[in-house]
Write a protein that binds this ligand. Structure first.
Ligand SMILES: Nc1ncnc2c1ncn2[C@@H]1O[C@H](COP(=O)(O)OP(=O)(O)OP(=O)(O)O)[C@@H](O)[C@H]1O
Ligand SMILES: [Mg+2]
Length: 320
């Protein structure tokens, strides 16, 4: 079934790699308003939608490439958890971790104003209460992929579980980490531990500079190559595409696919999911990044969450 890369079917008969995602999944309640209400005020939304959010975007993007995807987090029980279970089932994502019977999934109120700025208010839920033994029961094997985000590490319970689990993870499991905007909220010792175990760091330029404490991306990549990215680093760079810095090699820019920008929400997640799925399919990192750029440009031309394209839609764009 290889496609992007074409290598795997001929080199191995082992089960295709799976993507185990530990980014937290919660419900997004998106309100499109003119301006944020003043304190004590009320704003009327011109549009609203309710959907699974957070790590769901990465998983749906990868699943639409034909990759086998597992949500390794905890969903919960209640009306929000119901929305998440339905969304994961629709995308064919496996959910081996038993539901927390006491807590519902969390909720994020996302207010989008007329300038496109997003403001969040978050109520954490069952996704932050993941226990270590649930992770130990996962059948992750060498060659599988793990996706972590900064949100996996900003909450005490899930953070402790993830860090302890990573310490004992088979060295041949490929760990990817997208720190996201809350990178500074991760405990220093956890941050160091996850960076050290990370095979692929997936970050935007601001995040890369913040982790490295450097002013320019070039300087940041030099520092990052010493502390993370056992295989490499991918830096998302908006309309300038992305930069792929493979371990021991010069960094290469991979151009974006220009197009209409309608909604950039979750575009970094789509990039991550498609990049990992393409790697798992045997593509080299630059080709995988090109597919991810193409997928991201399609996603931002569409309104709404989880707008990652299928493999066929991406192929049509990259071979145009
Ligand atoms: N205006 C654009 N035109 C074409 N492609 C774009 C544009 N903006 C983003 N992309 C594509 O989307 C990818 C990810 O976008 P971006 O650099 O904004 O990541 P990010 O900051 O990690 O996103 P997020 O805020 O969703 O985490 C880019 O690497 C690029 O391929
Ligand atoms: Mg991002």
């Amino acid at each position: 079934m290889t496609d992007v890369g074409g290598a795997r079917a001929t080199t191995s008969s082992r089960r295709a790699p799976r993507l185990f995602t530990l980014d937290t999944v919660m419900v997004d309640l998106v309100l499109v308003i003119d301006w944020l209400p003043s304190r004590g005020g009320d704003a009327v939304a011109s549009r609203h939608l309710v959907s699974a959010g957070g790590g769901f975007n990465v998983m749906s993007a990868a699943a639409r490439q034909g990759m086998s995807v597992v949500y390794a987090g905890q969903v919960g029980t209640g009306p929000f958890a119901h929305i998440i279970h339905e969304a994961l089932a629709r995308e064919g994502v496996a959910t081996p971790v038993a539901a927390d019977g006491e807590h519902d999934a969390g909720l994020c109120v996302v207010m989008v104003d007329r300038e496109g700025e997003r403001t969040f208010a978050t109520a954490p839920g069952a996704e932050t209460l993941l226990q270590r033994d649930a992770l130990d029961r996962l059948d992750v094997v060498a060659g599988d992929y793990v996706f972590l985000s900064g949100y996996s590490l900003v909450y005490d319970c899930i953070g402790t579980s993830v860090i302890q689990w990573l310490e004992n993870l088979d060295d041949d499991v490929i760990v990817s980490f997208d720190p996201g905007p809350r990178v500074d909220d991760i405990r220093a010792s956890w941050r160091a531990a996850v960076l050290e175990r990370t095979d692929w760091l997936l970050a935007n330029a601001d995040e890369a500079r913040a982790i490295a404490h450097r002013a320019t991306l070039d300087e940041a990549l030099v520092v990052l190559s010493r502390v993370t990215g056992r295989r490499g680093v991918v830096v998302h760079d908006g309309r300038a595409g992305c930069v792929v810095a493979m371990r021991g090699a010069a960094s290469r820019r991979v151009a974006a696919f220009p197009g209409e920008v309608v909604d950039t929400n979750g575009v970094g997640d789509v990039h991550d999911g498609v990049f990992l799925a393409a790697l798992a399919d045997g593509a080299d990192p630059e080709t995988a990044a090109r597919w991810a750029n193409a997928a991201a440009s399609i996603a931002i031309s569409r309104l709404g969450p989880s707008t990652g394209p299928t493999r066929e839609e991406i192929r049509a764009l990259v071979t145009r």
